[in-house]
Write a protein that binds this ligand. Structure first.
Ligand code: C3B
Length: 823
């Protein structure tokens, strides 16, 4: 890149300027005229037009970065759950009104064109959405940063229900055209796999090892703009797409085997074909390890070759970059950097290790043991033989330290080894990340504490200073400004618009909680948001909901630990009490319970739970008495786009995981910021939400983490709760008898028997506490004015949960923190 590239100027920031640019795009790029343009043509032209407004800032940011060589953050993440791009680009460049007017003058409606965009679903859930929030915040805070990931051709599957059961369909998100990406095949990178290593003696007489790979693929970078909010900065998200190497194709082709050439092409391109849909339960598939190595190898190579000046001395790499590892998925980057430094650049091992340690930091996102990735040594050795050698050596040197410091405690050595021996010899990726990373963080206070005390306790004792916490956050641009224009307007009227980039300023709203007129207007906004949701669900899913009811929402991935079943048992109990006459209909607070959840396709129990929710919903709906006061809505294919309409409409946010299982949660933050009250356990970031919003404005219930652990240790017996609690017994009996499965008792038997015999996440133990908390919710909701006061206080006191604050914490505690050296 030259440093004197002349930069284009932006189109004129006016309605006329926009119209001109738009028509030019429609004619010159889409090759059509307004009268003949399809909705997709019109959308594509709009996306490209908006893009032009960001282009010169993007180029400027890129040129400045190269010129200054400022230290940058490289966020390595296998997932980015971005959500629609057009909306965000419009608010970032302050073009919303101009675009709406310009389009109206051409006889079009901005909202209709917005709806054409298919969101890039390149992530599963919380972890992927967090990455998207983080890159947004980094750009808005003008931090030099680049996001690296994979450009999956198929994102998270589309969910449909057939007879209430989940059916997955491929998410062909690129089909309509991809106006937000820029392919750069000229910067393709070769990535090697397989083969073997060999020992040799180098010119200085040193024993070395080198990798003789068996096959290669190419990585083609696709750049996406990450616009900061009205600050003139546009960072880059670079996603890699796999291509077959030309050399490989040619060779086979020359042998005359055309079919084989094409087959190997497909084989290589499979690497970035599809996002693995497992959320917190890695399947240990070979292709997955290929994906992981593919994208980190491309990214490190890219950073060194494209972003550093030629001849840069890699001993100084930590002055230029910190690679943040988003969970264990990119951890293979650690031996990759070692390999580059030692094998390709001739570094001494110890020097390479110093550099590597200072370049990486690791974020853990889970507490479930089954979510911690381990890769069989056999597989790593087959795909990445040189990396396995490097991992072995890292482990040897690390264990020597452990032995030395522990006085030869062999049990400890075995516990801390990066290599697990049982059930099969495997590499524990979380341990590798912990040993190599300069810092290790959890994603909420409680989570970080449990990492130190339980999951990584030996390591925390070994290196206490390595461990830190950064509580997650969400971007207020997408999740308040864009998703909730009504509330945003109200806030801005009250305290000015500084909150969008300084969310702590929401505190200034506190006095307005006591202002009756403000509360009235707040309720008006909520009512308007509910109307929006009614329209969306009506048009999208044919679901009718009554906006006059309490909107009780549980949206997140379907997982037993998140306990959608607990919510469902509440619904079944209400159904039982109403139909049995115990609870007169006129004493029930009318509510609409909304679920949104995808289950990993191979997670049988989660899919059964989805079916049960849908079947209970159908029975509730069909009962004329019950459905007057209780409805269950389960729109299929919950995604970021749906969240943006659903969350602002919610009254009650369900965050009811078993304490000690949800690392943080980020949906919980989005709801609080949009003025929903939380019913929740003392888990993940709920703990911090409750502390901030106050006990009066949060419905806490359930076991604490120490209580749950104590019960588990003493031997949890779920059937005891069933036997002792008549209400619980009736609810479970209804399910067991086939009430929700046309009388066929066998259908949901696996769910019932699992709850009665195992109930790993203590649904039954928390059932009564949850019901009691729901009664408190009803009493509180009966006073709409007091409820809205609490809701306003939730908004005013949740500014802490901005991802801008998370990024500040990462900067202070990790990225700028004193580099750690090997001890
Ligand atoms: C999730 C966790 O389950 C959430 O508690 C957390 O808020 C987010 O990450 C973000 O930190 N998570 C996920 O979505 N996928 C994983 N593989 C592991 C954790």
């Amino acid at each position: 890149m030259t440093e004197t590239t002349p930069l284009i100027t932006s189109p004129e920031h006016s309605v006329e300027g926009f119209v001109r640019e738009y028509l030019r795009e429609l004619n010159f790029s889409q090759g059509t005229v307004l009268e003949r343009a399809t909705a997709n043509d019109r959308y594509l032209a709009l996306a490209r037009t908006v893009r032009h407004y960001l282009m010169s800032r993007w180029m400027q940011t890129t040129v400045d970065q190269y010129r200054t060589q400022a230290k940058a953050v490289a966020y390595l993440s296998a997932e980015y759950l971005l959500g629609r791009q057009l909306d965000n680009a419009l608010i970032a460049s302050d073009l919303e009104e101009i675009a709406a007017e310009a389009l109206a003058s051409l006889g079009m409606d901005l909202d209709e064109l917005r709806a054409v965009e298919v969101e890039p679903g390149l992530g599963n859930g919380g972890l992927g959405r967090l990455a998207a929030c983080f890159v947004d915040s980094l750009a808005t805070m003008s931090v030099p940063a680049i996001g690296y990931g994979i450009r999956y051709e198929y994102g998270i599957f589309r969910q449909r229900f057939v007879d209430g059961r989940q059916v997955e369909e491929p998410d062909n998100w690129l089909a309509g055209g991809a106006p937000w990406e820029f392919a750069h095949p000229e910067h393709e990178v070769a990535v090697a796999f397989g083969g073997r290593t060999e020992k040799y003696t180098d010119d200085d007489g040193r024993e070395r090892s080198r990798w003789l790979p068996g096959w290669q693929v190419l990585g083609v970078p696709y750049n996406y703009m990450v616009p900061g909010y009205r600050n003139g900065r546009v960072n880059t998200l670079r996603l890699w797409s796999a291509r077959a190497t030309h050399a490989f194709d040619l060779k086979t082709f020359n042998y005359g085997d055309y079919a084989e050439a094409v087959r190997s092409q497909t084989f290589a391109e499979n690497i970035s074909k599809v996002l693995y849909p497992e959320d917190s339960t890695p399947q240990g598939k070979e292709l997955r390890l290929q994906q992981q190595y593919f994208f980190v190898a491309c990214s490190i190579r890219d950073f060194i070759d494209q972003l550093l000046r030629p001849g840069f001395d890699l001993h100084d790499l930590p002055d230029r970059i910190v690679f943040q590892l988003n969970d264990t998925h990119p951890v293979i980057a650690i031996p990759e950097l070692m390999r580059i430094l030692v094998d390709e650049r001739g570094f001494e091992w110890d020097d390479a290790w110093q550099v590597t340690q200072r370049c990486f930091a690791y974020t853990c996102h889970t507490l479930l043991p089954e979510a911690l990735e381990v890769w069989p040594v056999e597989l790593v050795g087959r795909l990445l033989p040189r990396h396995l050698e490097i991992i072995y050596r890292i482990n040897e040197e690390f264990l020597a330290q452990v032995r030395e410091r522990s006085g030869g405690d062999e049990l400890l050595v075995r516990r801390m080894s990066i290599i697990a021996e049982h059930p099969v010899r495997s590499v524990r990726m979380a341990y590798l990340a912990t040993v190599a990373g300069s810092k290790v963080n959890g994603v909420a206070e409680l989570h970080s504490q449990l990492l130190r005390d339980k999951v990584l306790a030996d390591f925390a004792a070994f290196w206490p200073e390595k461990f830190t916490n950064v509580t997650n956050g969400v971007t207020p641009r997408r999740f308040v400004k864009l998703a909730n224009p009504g509330l945003s307007g109200l806030i801005t009227e009250a305290i000015g618009d500084g909150w969008v980039t300084d969310l702590d300023r929401l505190r200034e709203l506190e006095p307005f909680a006591d202002d009756a007129e403000f509360r009235r207007r707040f309720r008006e906004v909520k009512a308007g948001n509910k109307d929006r949701l009614v329209s969306l669900l009506g048009a999208r899913d044919g679901i009718e909901i009554d906006p006059a009811t309490m909107l009780d929402v549980m949206v997140k991935r379907l997982h037993e630990y998140k306990r959608q079943l607990l919510k469902l048992l509440h619904v079944v109990t209400l159904y039982d009490r109403i139909t049995s006459g115990e609870l007169p209909v006129d004493q029930v607070t009318p509510r609409t319970v909304v679920f949104g959840a995808k289950a990993a396709p191979g997670y049988v129990m989660a899919k059964e739970i989805i079916a049960l929710i849908n079947h209970v919903g159908a029975v509730v709906d069909a009962d004329p008495d019950v459905s007057r006061v209780l409805r269950v809505a389960f729109p299929a294919n919950y995604n970021v786009t749906v969240a943006e309409t659903l969350i602002p409409a919610a009254d009650l946010s369900e965050q009811i995981s078993l304490a000690g299982k949800e690392a943080s949660g980020t949906g919980n933050m989005k709801f609080a910021l949009n003025g929903a009250l939380t019913i929740g356990t003392d888990d993940g970031a709920n703990v911090e939400i409750r502390k901030l919003v106050g006990d009066d404005n949060f419905f806490l219930f359930g076991l604490t983490e120490p209580e749950a652990s104590a019960i588990a240790e003493a031997g949890y017996r779920p059937a005891a709760y069933y036997e002792e609690n008549p209400s619980l017994r009736r609810a479970l009996d209804l399910v067991a008898r086939g009430t929700f499965s046309g009388g066929d008792a066998s259908v949901f038997e696996p769910i019932v028997s699992n709850l009665l015999s195992e109930d790993r996440f203590m649904v039954l133990a928390d059932y009564q506490a949850y019901l009691d908390a729901q009664e408190r919710v009803e009493r509180a909701y009966a006073d709409p004015d007091a409820w809205s006061r609490s809701a306003v206080l939730n908004v005013a006191r949740s500014g802490f949960f901005s991802s801008d604050r998370s990024m500040r914490d990462y900067l202070d505690r990790i990225w700028r923190a004193a580099p750690l050296t090997s001890s």
